[in-house]
Ligand binder design. Structure first.
Ligand SMILES: [Zn+2]
Length: 260
């Protein structure tokens, strides 16, 4: 079995962070993604450092999910600027938190070709990386594989961004299933030969256009995932179902039974 860290999207209330992480750690949860999906809601350094310390104390690896409202391929320059700001705000707080990955949804296909979309997003990523370097933030941008067919982020497109910019990545297995109607693990291994994979997983409802919504991660999906994951990697699996803690604990239980 591969080496896997498990954890939910979500940290609960900031003032109860010690208690929450203690409970996570009792359940063997050792990763956690902070969802800035609706806003970068951690504003000050004091709160960020408090969370960082609690995470360290209980052995929990933190990552960030940047806000949903990002489109690095918008025709509207103001919207691109606002998108960049949301990513950089996430990075600034992420740095204080000691998070290493900033996961985000890159954008939508424009009127131009998919190729042009890829070029535009790549160029924006390179600019953002310069900004990260300038600020000496020790973290990586991680564009995510997306679940809707009209959204930029097929496995090929994300792999290409990684190759051309050296950025990180987030493999969302539920999204891939919704978009491609299957997950080709052999292809994934070739597209992402890196030793470490940052991943999302949950049950998912989908149709011909792709993702509809995330749902509970049933036992059979966990078993399917473990059967297919590459054995020789370090993998972080963030659960994004409506019950992410419960589902992570279920995943852990199945994983530990299998690797025992
Ligand atoms: Zn996402």
């Amino acid at each position: 079995m591969p080496n896997i860290k498990f954890g939910p999207a979500g940290i609960g209330f900031i003032k109860e962070i010690e208690k929450t992480f203690e409970r996570y750690s009792k359940n063997k949860i050792n990763a956690c993604e902070i969802p800035f999906t609706y806003s970068v809601y951690i504003k000050n350094k004091k709160d960020a450092v408090k969370i960082k310390k609690a995470a360290k104390k209980f052995g929990i690896r933190l990552s960030i999910h940047a806000p949903y409202w990002i489109n690095l391929n918008s025709e509207d320059k103001e919207k691109i600027k606002a998108s960049e700001k949301r990513i950089l705000d996430s990075c600034k707080i992420g740095h204080w938190l000691g998070a290493r990955k900033i996961v985000f949804h890159s954008g939508f296909y424009g009127k131009d070709s998919k190729e042009k979309t890829c070029q535009n997003i790549k160029n924006k990523l390179l600019e953002l990386q310069k900004e990260i370097k300038k600020n000496k933030w020790n973290l990586e941008l991680a564009p995510e594989t997306m679940g809707k067919i009209n959204v930029f982020g097929s496995v090929e497109e994300i792999s290409r961004l990684v190759k051309e910019t050296g950025c990180g990545f987030c493999i969302d297995f539920a999204h891939i299933l919704a978009r491609d109607k299957k997950v080709d693990f052999e292809k994934l291994k070739k597209l992402f030969p890196q030793k470490k994979w940052h991943c999302h997983f949950s049950g998912i409802e989908y149709n011909e256009k792709g993702e509809k919504h995330h749902k509970k991660t049933e036992e059979k999906y966990w078993k399917w995932l473990f059967k297919n994951l590459p054995k020789n990697k370090k993998i972080i699996i963030i659960n994004e179902s409506p019950s992410p803690v419960e589902d992570s604990v279920l995943g852990l239980k199945i994983y530990n039974n299998k690797s025992a």
